[in-house]
Design a protein around this ligand. Structure first.
Ligand SMILES: Cc1cc2nc3c(=O)[nH]c(=O)nc-3n(C[C@H](O)[C@H](O)[C@H](O)COP(=O)(O)OP(=O)(O)OC[C@H]3O[C@@H](n4cnc5c(N)ncnc54)[C@H](O)[C@@H]3O)c2cc1C
Length: 394
């Protein structure tokens, strides 16, 4: 069974790559019984498939991989994708892009449709047993032997293994001599030791988080056991078990400014209830109630009755509250994997291996992970497109 191109993995990277290969016989081998399981769960079932950033900002959302991803993102940007998607979409205030009907199936169906038009064959329930390269790639599976000139690995990372991505691509890469940067869960929530905010679960707040000299700012979600939301997901790659983090729940760049503002607030509202005036800082009634309980403050306390000690405690609670990370979410809950196939050994213009001719790695199997907001699926598309362009040009 001979093909021009074989792609392993029918996620967004594999499916987009195959649909763009011209005048060649293309086969996708997929281990699951159906394609794109991760697309269906992406964005809570709505699939935030890209971001509306300007092209000049897009690549800045990939941490220290920004220089590697830049060429592919410029060659096939979010704007190129939006010009081409065969469905209506909406852009949120934060720039996230979803299908207009807020249903991930729309994205998957579009990918399947363009594959269908391109006569791509997909085989499901495939177990890869061995891959080697002689003149061509020879792939042994539970359903027979397949041969191809080009081989594209689009097997994803290690996150959400129940959806198919179990890190198989790393073993294939190793077999061909590639280095693997240790995979680590990324875009993942954290569990907090002695977590005090169970009653706030489901609420979110804009916060500033400090870990030593690192500062992270953004929206944080309270969960049953800890924190999640964009600011936590995006910074989770920097967190480890036992880390101390300090959170500011009020929007001030430094403690002194907050202290001065708080003093002015209580001086100007001497006869008002403290729990009423604190609302100025955009903190909810429930948050204030939890704080009062923790600091042993009476609900009827007025601003002019607060002792110096109580003032300091309030400032500390709102600006410098300390938390210990008990657990950083593992691969079962992390949305993406950081680490993977070492990008030093990959041509950033084409995604072709620098070690083995006609071998390509695309999508999350590479050591590339973007922030939350549509950047990971955009990476799957952009890396897939440059690989297909390269194959088309050969
Ligand atoms: C819950 C969740 C929500 C997310 N939400 C978003 C979002 O809204 N926006 C966003 O940009 N990103 C989101 N992501 C991340 C995004 O889904 C991934 O980065 C993206 O799917 C990676 O695409 P991929 O094609 O590289 O890999 P995958 O989507 O993981 O696809 C890999 C495919 O390869 C197959 N495969 C693996 N091993 C083998 C093998 N040995 N043989 C054959 N087939 C194999 C797998 O079964 C799978 O079908 C989310 C992820 C999760 C888990």
């Amino acid at each position: 069974m001979e093909y021009d191109v074989i792609i392993i993995g029918a996620g967004p990277a594999g499916l987009f790559c195959s649909s763009n290969i011209k005048n060649k016989k293309v086969l996708i081998l997929e281990k699951n019984e159906k394609p794109g399981k991760k697309i269906l769960v992406a964005g809570g079932g709505k699939c935030n498939f890209t971001n509306n950033d300007s092209i000049n900002e897009l690549y800045l959302h990939y941490g220290d991989k920004k220089n590697f991803v830049k060429k592919a993102l410029y060659k096939y940007s979010n704007k190129d994708l939006l010009n081409e998607v065969g469905f209506e979409y909406i852009i949120t205030d934060e720039g996230k892009v979803f299908p207009k009907n807020m249903n991930s199936k729309t994205v998957l169906n579009w990918l399947l449709e363009i594959n269908n038009k391109n006569n791509v064959e997909i085989k499901y329930n495939i177990k890869i047993q061995n891959i080697e390269k002689k003149d061509k790639f020879i792939i042994n599976t539970n359903k027979g032997e397949y041969i191809s000139k080009f081989l594209i690995i689009a097997t994803g990372g290690k996150s959400y293994p129940m959806l198919g991505s179990t890190g198989d691509g790393y073993n294939i890469a190793k077999k061909f001599g590639h280095n693997i940067i240790k995979p680590k869960p990324a875009l993942t929530p954290v569990i907090i030791k002695d977590y005090p905010f169970v009653d706030l679960s489901g609420n979110s707040m804009n916060v500033l988080i400090r870990k030593n000299k690192q500062i992270f700012k953004g929206n944080m979600l309270f969960t049953h056991k800890g924190f999640s939301g964009p600011v936590i997901l995006n910074s989770s790659r920097y967190f480890n078990y036992g880390d101390l983090i300090k959170i500011s729940f009020v929007n001030f760049d430094n403690e002194e400014n907050f202290r001065n503002d708080f003093f002015e607030l209580i001086n100007n509202n001497k006869n008002s209830l403290l729990n009423e005036v604190l609302k100025k800082y955009n903190i909810t009634k429930r948050f204030i109630a939890i704080m009062f309980k923790r600091l042993n403050l009476n609900n009827t306390i007025k601003c002019n009755n607060i002792s110096k000690n109580e003032r300091n405690k309030i400032i500390n609670y709102l600006y410098n509250q300390e938390f210990i990370i008990e657990k950083v979410g593992d691969f079962n809950v992390s949305m993406v994997t950081s680490g993977g196939v070492d990008t030093k050994e990959i041509d950033s213009k084409t995604m072709e291996s620098k070690l083995i001719e006609n071998l390509y790695f695309i999508g999350e199997v590479l050591d590339v992970d973007g922030e939350t907001g549509g950047y990971n699926i955009q990476w799957a598309f952009s890396s897939a497109k440059v690989a297909s362009d390269s194959i088309n040009s050969k």
